[in-house]
Design a protein around this ligand. Structure first.
Ligand SMILES: [Zn+2]
Length: 258
């Protein structure tokens, strides 16, 4: 059976050097042909760019992860300038979005600066015709949908998406993609999402090195885990394993224009 996979969202640069070597050496054996390597900040963009020059399977996305302190205006300028210089090396703009979890911890956090930065990224994506990789969950997802419509961006990937019914329906209607992490193996909330979301708009990811729970407790997050996710997706969708493998692989290739 053809069981090729693409990890549609991994922070490869956040692994230790020896772990990166191990993952890259393992890829063929676990039928993983490519990694969409998303970035956290400018240093992370540079590291992923470098990894992509070493390993042809690494496809880098450049952006700024929203769950951290905002960069100064000067730092933001530096990041956008670097991205313009490397626009032909990037497969997408990401990871970008809004700081949902940070705001839960710090309710006084001002959101305006984050929205402003996100809008700059969306304008950049529109200008250079790049897909966007979004960190936007629960209430933030609706707000991000508004911004995507404002900037007329259609190629949107909501990674590790969680949200309410209304937003799910809106996203399906707009043809936005989501990706499923290995927590689908043990989280009912994610299984329910899989049941509802069309498989034609789905990808699979690890978000590594983010750690997972039982049955992955204590294991280094590895693209290999995606095979366990796909088994569950096929079960939930009541479809053949091979057709699910094929569909997810095709979706990711098409979305990221690989
Ligand atoms: Zn991520």
């Amino acid at each position: 059976m053809n069981r090729r996979i693409i990890d549609a969202h991994i922070h490869l640069d956040h692994y230790e050097e020896d772990e990166i070597k191990q993952i890259m050496a393992d890829l063929d054996a676990v039928d993983c042909t490519k990694l969409i390597a998303v970035s956290y900040d400018l240093a992370s963009c540079q590291k992923n760019w470098q990894l992509a020059t070493i390993y042809s399977q690494v496809k880098p996305a450049f952006g700024f992860h929203p769950e951290q302190e905002l960069p100064s205006k000067k730092e933001q300028q530096k990041l956008f300038q670097w991205m313009e210089e490397h626009v032909n090396d990037m497969i997408a703009v990401g990871e970008i979005g809004l700081p949902y979890y940070t705001r839960k911890e710090v309710p006084a956090l001002k959101i305006e600066g984050y929205i402003e930065l996100l809008e700059q990224f969306l304008a950049f994506a529109k200008k250079w015709d790049k897909p966007v990789v979004l960190h936007a969950v629960y209430e933030d997802a609706g707000l991000v949908c508004d911004l995507l419509e404002k900037y007329k961006i259609r190629d949107a990937h909501f990674h590790w998406f969680k949200g309410d019914q209304k937003t799910i329906e809106r996203m399906i209607h707009q043809g936005y993609f989501i990706s499923i992490t290995p927590d689908v193996v043990y989280e009912q909330e994610i299984q329910a999402l899989v049941q509802q979301y069309p498989v034609e708009l789905m990808m699979v990811e690890t978000d590594g090195p983010w750690p997972f729970e039982n049955p992955f407790q204590g294991e280094m997050t590895h693209p290999q885990m995606i095979h366990e996710s796909i088994k569950i997706i096929a079960e939930v969708k009541k479809e053949g394993l091979e057709s699910i493998y094929q569909q997810l692989y095709q979706n990711t290739g098409k979305f990221y224009r690989l």
